[in-house]
Design a protein around this ligand. Sequence first.
Ligand SMILES: Cc1cc2nc3c(=O)[nH]c(=O)nc-3n(C[C@H](O)[C@H](O)[C@H](O)COP(=O)(O)OP(=O)(O)OC[C@H]3O[C@@H](n4cnc5c(N)ncnc54)[C@H](O)[C@@H]3O)c2cc1C
Length: 461
Amino acid sequence: MTSFDVDLFVIGGGSGGVRAARIAAGYGAKVMLAEEYRVGGTCVIRGCVPKKLMVYASRFAEEFHEAEGFGWSVGETRFDWATLIRNKDREIDRLEGIYRTNLDKAGVEIVDSRAVIEDAHTVHVLKTGARIRARYILVAVGAHPTLEPVIPGGELGITSNEVFHLEAQPKRVLVVGGGYIAVEFAGVFAGLGSEVTLLHRGDMLLRGFDDDVRAALGEAYAQRGVNLALGRTLTSLEKTPGGIAATLSDGSVLTVDQVLVATGRRPNTKGLGLEKAGITLDEVGAIPVDAYSQTLIPSIYAVGDVTNRANLTPIAIREGHAFADTVFGGKPTMVDHDLIPTAVFSTPEIGVIGCGEAAARAIYGEIDVYKTAFRPMKATLSGGKDRVFMKLIVDKATDKVVGVHIMGHDAGEMIQLAGIAVTMGATKADFDRTVAVHPTAAEELVTMRTPVVVKKPQAVG
Ligand SMILES: Cc1cc2nc3c(=O)[nH]c(=O)nc-3n(C[C@H](O)[C@H](O)[C@H](O)COP(=O)(O)OP(=O)(O)OC[C@H]3O[C@@H](n4cnc5c(N)ncnc54)[C@H](O)[C@@H]3O)c2cc1C
């Protein structure tokens, strides 16, 4: 009979790996987890958490300004980048400590080392040289940002990994990319008073989101002074005495202090030894898995960003949990990747669940669309320029709300709750019979009565 050192070896101590390790250990499995950088992974160390702290920091200037309309004299204000970074780092250290303690308490053995796969049941721990035989291996190694596409001088750019550790606030920033990470950092730097150019090869930001939301965000960013360079790409970077000279595809040159490249992320599968176990990666380097996160090799599973399904923390956590339930808890569990509420922490914020209009039209055919755009009550005295935009998409055949799109203050908080209703299969009639909470912005979600007349279908963008 084959003997194993552990029941489960988890490679990667991020959102997915940590959850899987803890739950599996809770079922009585002997679990070892290897982490090559810091426990907590991308989300805690250099993703969601530090980013959201920076988003909070970036919103105060506007609040100070708006307070005047309510009678406050705020006086002179000053922002200190070093204080923000120091305090943010202290919080990240605290969270990493909690993650480690929780793993310890669950009985998971943490190995602070890179680990690679040698075969279907063997993991090589590089720091100690140990070769651990595991009944199951869970690959939860996440992904990394890239400086792509490769251009002359491209190495002068930084990624989201470095942006959290800049020694000084760049006064002039070029952010490259149109996805949520690019949009969020453009918002952060603009809010902190930097001069920001957001360069994106497409004509609208946030591909995959509803076109109305994309347009509304573009307008809001332009109105906030973000210089939107759309329909163009970066062709080269060069260090000059005045900063970094960035040449764009239209021949224009921009001199900035930092270039943040947020054009994409790639799974951390290079050199991981998967091929030795017989696993073939897909075209972007992700690990193909089935609905239970199992690879073609029965003893090897993969969860989170390394599988490139829906690259979000709550999804990695769910996949990790479902894996542990399936393999160690005797409860085969699949994760539903269909209805995922999500937020973009731009300023103004975006919250979305379900389909955009074009996608809904393609899936359901006949749909009703409800839209509203309004000035939030606070803006009447504060003079704030942001508007709130909301859109509901309803499948005509079933009356089900199949898409909710919100742009405005606290949209992330709103969509979490609207997400419960949509996940439960709420109909437009359910929304209509829900009593409004007054006066709020969210009440508009239950008071939109008349569908918009759509003249012609939108193109999927
Ligand atoms: C800037 C930014 C902002 C984000 N904001 C949000 C957000 O607001 N909301 C949201 O839901 N998601 C957000 N995400 C995405 C989220 O962080 C990821 O989806 C999530 O962290 C994926 O979890 P994971 O377990 O798959 O991988 P990770 O959390 O990346 O963990 C993988 C771990 O494996 C380790 N590792 C890699 N290779 C090895 C090896 N060979 N041996 C040992 N260890 C290894 C890595 O060091 C890492 O710690 C953001 C991401 C970024 C970059």
